[in-house]
Ligand binder design. Structure first.
Ligand code: AMP
Ligand code: ZN
Ligand code: FE
Ligand code: FE
Length: 282
């Protein structure tokens, strides 16, 4: 049997592994295919592709867009993206600028409650274009201002805590369009985490291609529920561990093994889309 993990993060967003380390773990665990899905970034994909090629693992380009639909946050995974697509790169740069600005605002708020964190320390630690709250949490721990990541979130970074800053997000419908125009498939990430099933029909209407039925935080019953929804709306079935390395406890890679038949179906769907677009442009 061949297996895939289609939801993985590296140091290019808030994971702790390098692409090479991640590819190494994937190969050691016997995965046939891996997708990199860093938050609002495709920056790590070139190195991940090379590392996977060296390890004999198939690589699928991906990204996880932070989006919203009617005030609910929804994460949209894009697969088989053209990483040279200019519109995609421009939009991603915009999302990353928003993330960086939010870091500045969070540090200002921390300073206002007399937590002397320096913003440069967060950017130095994040060392990527797509920083987020986990980097602020790590910087707080590193500076000895809190004892743990959990304490950082509980005291400062959680919603309605002193340093919480809302994040401006792309609309889910625009996110789906952006993925499509970059030649990709758009997949709703971990629907069981957000419990936002009521928005699924609108996303399907906008062209959603798939739904992440298998995820570390989905119970067997939840996976079953989303398999039924996938069937009902004729959506592709995907799955992945959402491994962030050591940034949220233990590495999760290996915990979700998506059977490769689903990857085959995704590849067929992506190829059909690409040939349809080519035809339309003739
Ligand atoms: P952001 O997208 O910048 O708002 O950051 C969200 C990230 O912070 C997600 O990956 C969450 O898993 C992570 N996160 C949220 N709460 C906690 C927590 N209590 N401890 C560790 N990570 C958390
Ligand atoms: Zn993350
Ligand atoms: Fe997510
Ligand atoms: Fe994720």
């Amino acid at each position: 049997m061949k297996f895939a993990d289609l939801h993985l993060h590296t140091q290019f967003s808030d994971g702790t592994f390098t692409p090479e380390e991640l590819a190494g773990h994937g190969a050691r665990l016997g995965f046939a295919a891996l997708a990199l899905t860093d938050h609002d970034s495709v920056e790590g994909c070139a190195r991940m592709a090379a590392a996977c090629a060296a390890a004999g693992v198939e690589f699928i380009v991906g990204a996880e867009l932070t989006a919203e639909h009617e005030n609910t946050e929804v994460h949209i995974l894009g697969y088989f993206l053209d990483t040279k697509n200019q519109t995609l790169l421009t939009e991603i740069a915009r999302f990353q600028a928003v993330r960086q600005q939010r870091i500045n605002e969070m540090v200002v708020r921390l300073n206002e409650v007399n937590v002397p964190l320096e913003v440069e320390s967060v950017f130095a630690l994040a060392n990527c274009k797509s920083p987020g709250r986990p980097h602020v949490a790590r910087a707080l721990v590193k500076a000895g201002l809190v004892a743990s990541l959990d304490e950082a979130f509980e005291r400062f970074l959680k919603k309605n805590r002193p340093a919480w800053v809302p994040k401006a997000k792309v609309s889910a419908l625009e996110g789906i369009d952006l993925i499509h125009q970059a030649g990709g498939l758009a997949v709703m990430a971990h629907p069981g985490l957000n419990r936002t099933d009521e928005i699924i029909p609108a996303l399907v209407e906008a062209g959603l291609d798939g739904i992440e039925c298998f995820h570390t935080k989905h119970s067997p019953a939840l996976s079953e529920r989303y398999l039924e929804i996938a069937e009902k709306f004729n959506l592709l079935v995907t799955g992945g561990s959402d491994c962030h390395g050591f940034s949220k406890g233990k590495p999760l890679i290996g915990g979700i093994k998506l059977t490769y038949e689903h990857v085959e179906k995704m590849k067929q769907a992506a190829a059909a889309k690409k040939s349809a677009t080519t035809d339309a442009h003739r």
